[in-house]
Design a protein around this ligand. Structure first.
Ligand SMILES: Cc1ncc(COP(=O)(O)O)c(C=O)c1O
Length: 365
């Protein structure tokens, strides 16, 4: 197999920028479990300011951030209402159950990645019925990966918050929250105004090597910090990695937030090109439920989900043919192919991917 020239499997494959590496080498550090790492403290203060929340916690990964949030919000045996295609439910090794002893109540989301609000209300259990698990948390994923990584609007969160009883917290799995912010032209704080807590990743499109942030009230973050310790996530001189996150969230020329717009533009160009290729069809599921050809207008951030006419065996051959040309795409759920743009993908790469796809389709037809 030739080496991978263009890696579109995920934005997690991004490598730290030169500015990040320099900041990591120069980072002033201390013991973060004692709260004494100045770089981690600065990153937490930055995350708190950007999110409009009282406090923040640096964690090793998005999965850890979601898990400590569930542990901090949900009592043993409590129930979490969440979208049925969401990462917490399907892609975190069942940690909500194995570690947090929580039950889940999945709600089928629409093509915008939103759970219908009436369905959320319907999922809330009667707290006075001893048969029922106690509904304890509502989760929203923003961007919502399986709907083509659609950004969830502030209006939806506002309507959800207004409808759901005030004692029920709302947590946002914002692994790609900054993509949503850039796509919608709204600050992250506005997207979280009606959420009680959120997790966002530094290690995806923002290109830091490691780490995610959890944000919320000071009392929530105290509980999340204890939960982080419980699961072995207390890190010591973590400033070495936090330094890269601070660069990512900086508003100078080294920050990696504003450039997400380039990834979104390239994803749209890629989708436009793919949609014109014979054999590329609608991805189905909540990514594009209408059937027919791929609709490039569904692409609002950096994910392109599409399907290959001819079913699973042709998709496997297509993915293999792409890889043979040095292009890595991912075989995703529901027979889909996933292509994600990021810092390591430029305009010429998009052209090369489209040419490779044309050839892969021809060879497998
Ligand atoms: C929506 C969503 N949430 C959470 C995560 C978990 O992040 P991590 O891989 O850092 O654990 C991911 C990772 O891809 C994700 O896509």
């Amino acid at each position: 197999m030739p080496p991978i020239r263009v890696d579109l499997r995920s934005d997690t494959v991004t490598r730290p920028t030169p500015a990040m590496r320099a900041a990591m080498a120069a980072a002033v550090v201390g013991d973060d479990v004692y709260g004494e790492d100045p770089t981690v403290n600065a990153l937490e203060a930055r995350a708190s300011a950007l999110s409009g929340k009282e406090a923040a916690l640096f964690v090793a990964s998005g999965s850890m951030g979601n898990l400590v949030s569930v542990l901090a919000h949900v009592p043993r045996g409590g129930e979490v209402i969440l979208p049925s295609e969401t990462h917490i439910l399907n892609d975190e090794a069942g940690s909500y159950s194995v570690v947090a002893s929580a039950a889940v109540h999945p709600v089928v989301e629409n093509a915008r990645g939103e759970m219908p609000i009436e369905a959320v209300l319907d999922a809330i259990q009667d707290p006075y019925d001893s048969h029922s698990a106690l509904t304890s948390l509502v989760v929203v994923e923003n961007c919502h990966a399986h709907s083509m990584s659609r950004p969830i609007t502030a209006e939806y969160l506002r309507a959800l918050r207004a409808a759901v009883p005030s004692h029920l917290p709302i947590h946002v799995d914002g692994a790609r929250l900054f993509n949503a912010s850039v796509a919608l032209g709204l600050p992250v704080a506005a997207l979280l105004a009606d959420a009680d807590s959120a997790m966002f990743c530094l290690s995806k499109g923002l290109a830091a090597p490691v780490g995610s942030m959890v944000v919320g009230s000071a009392a929530f973050i105290d509980r999340a910090r204890r939960a982080r310790k419980l699961i072995g996530g207390g890190m010591r001189q973590a400033g070495v990695i936090a330094a890269a996150g601070l660069v990512a969230l900086g508003d100078d020329e080294f920050g990696t937030v504003a450039r997400l717009a380039d990834d979104h533009r390239r994803a749209r160009t890629l989708a436009d090109g793919l949609a014109a290729q014979a054999g590329v069809v609608s991805p189905g599921g909540c990514a594009q439920p209408t059937g027919g050809l791929l609709d490039p207008a569904r692409v609002m951030t950096n994910f392109v989900l599409y399907a290959i006419e001819g079913g699973d065996s042709r998709r496997a051959a297509y993915v293999q043919q792409m890889r043979a040309q040095g292009v890595a795409v991912m075989a995703y759920n529901h027979g889909q192919v996933r292509a994600v743009t990021h810092l390591g993908v430029d305009d010429a790469d998009v052209d090369a991917v489209l040419a490779a796809s044309e050839r892969a389709l021809a060879v497998t037809s």
